[in-house]
Design a binder for this molecule. Structure first.
Ligand SMILES: O=C(O)CCC(=O)C(=O)O
Ligand SMILES: [Fe+2]
Length: 362
């Protein structure tokens, strides 16, 4: 059994879903500083986030494929994310995935606590159900609960943490994992092409030791949405992330040139963003987008993010093909994936970005 990182925590945060059911004002530990508060309306986008059809992307030798690849380039150059359609997952199955997420959170607290992310009730580990890792008394907490599971490789699944309720959960998650991996493969093949790398450059790194984490997010209604954040600004530590979002309520926002924009809802589309690992491997040609989630007072929201990360023992570093000592020197130091992920959780709790600690230059 591989070692599992655990952290001593400063305090045990409440489950926000329980808290939200009984308060009229968010407690002070959720209230963000004045300058970090979300505006009621986000700015209008200077240009829409591209919607990329993955079925066309895979037909890359055709004209349609070339056009779609150009859209992907524009999405990754300008935003670091895009909305994917033609991804092959039927709307009814995507509906099941969202339904089981909602149903999991609707279970009684004692049922969910069986999968707690606290070991012996006091040490934090990444996997499991719960809340923020609290590293300091002053930490501002996110208005959300989350449930992390390692879904790949299969040998790393901790079956005791896989819920037995709602009944379809395990089978649906297994199937969804297979489907999402195909999607990740298509996007990573095209991304390598855009960078002038061997087509399988990234895909071959997602080998049998590479870890995929599923994170189920639950954002309860908040009586004061303008005072809290569902999820604080961050970038993902993954190579890429595939997110299924609630298509009845928005909340995800993206930072670009200092301005926050709402990511629109496109029914049955998946949201795909590049993560820090690809920013580093691309030597900064692709940027991992900073995003956050805002809440609302009318409706709860759920999402499911699948984070594709490398073998924990593998180094993350710029592809040698994209480093040129004269024209484009190496911009990031190398870090072992497991250290990157550990560091990411610690910096996330502090509200900073781990990628800044490995940057050599802008
Ligand atoms: O809930 C969302 O839309 C995004 C979630 C997210 O950014 C994450 O889980 O890292
Ligand atoms: Fe994220």
């Amino acid at each position: 059994m591989a070692e599992v990182q655990q952290w001593k925590i400063a305090k045990i945060p409440p489950i926000v879903q329980e808290l939200a059911a009984g308060v009229e004002e968010p407690p002070s530990q959720y209230v963000v500083q004045e300058q970090d508060r979300p505006a009621v309306a986000a700015s209008e986008m200077p240009e829409p986030i591209p919607v990329v059809d993955l079925s066309r992307l895979s037909a890359c030798s055709s004209d349609a494929g070339a056009g779609e690849l150009a859209k992907l380039r524009s999405a990754l150059d300008n935003w670091g994310l895009f909305l994917a359609v033609g991804h092959g997952i039927e709307p009814s199955f995507l509906g099941e995935v969202m339904k089981m997420t909602t149903e999991f959170y609707a279970l009684p607290l004692e049922e969910k606590q069986k999968y707690s992310n606290l070991v012996n009730g006091k040490e934090f580990r990444i996997e499991g159900y719960g809340n923020d890792m609290v590293v300091s008394e002053k930490q501002i907490l996110d208005w959300c609960d989350r449930f992390y599971l390692i879904v790949e490789p299969e040998s790393r699944r901790v079956h005791s943490l896989w819920p037995t309720q709602p009944p379809p959960f395990r089978d649906v998650l297994c199937e969804y994992t297979v489907r999402c991996r195909e999607i990740a493969g298509i996007v990573l093949t095209s991304s390598a092409k855009l960078l002038g790398l061997r087509e399988d450059y990234f895909v071959s790194m997602l080998d049998e030791y590479a870890m995929t984490y599923a994170r189920f997010n639950y954002y309860p209604r908040c009586p004061r949405p303008e005072h809290v954040l569902g999820l604080k600004p961050h970038s993902d530590g993954s190579v890429i992330t595939v997110v299924a979002v609630d298509d009845t309520v928005s909340g995800l926002q993206l930072l670009s040139h200092g301005v926050w924009y709402d990511v629109p809802i496109v029914p049955n589309a998946l949201l795909i963003n590049v993560g820090d690992a690809i920013e580093i491997m691309s030597n900064g040609f692709f940027r991992s987008p900073v995003h956050r989630v805002v809440t609302n007072s009318a409706k709860e929201r759920v999402s499911l993010a699948m984070f594709y990360t490398l073998d924990p023992e593998r180094e993350i570093e710029p592809a040698p093909e994209l480093v040129d000592d004269e024209k484009r020197p190496r911009r990031y130091a190398k870090t072992k994936t497991k250290n990157y992920i550990t560091g990411l959780f610690e910096t996330f709790a502090r509200g900073t970005r781990f990628i800044d600690t490995v940057k050599i230059s802008e």
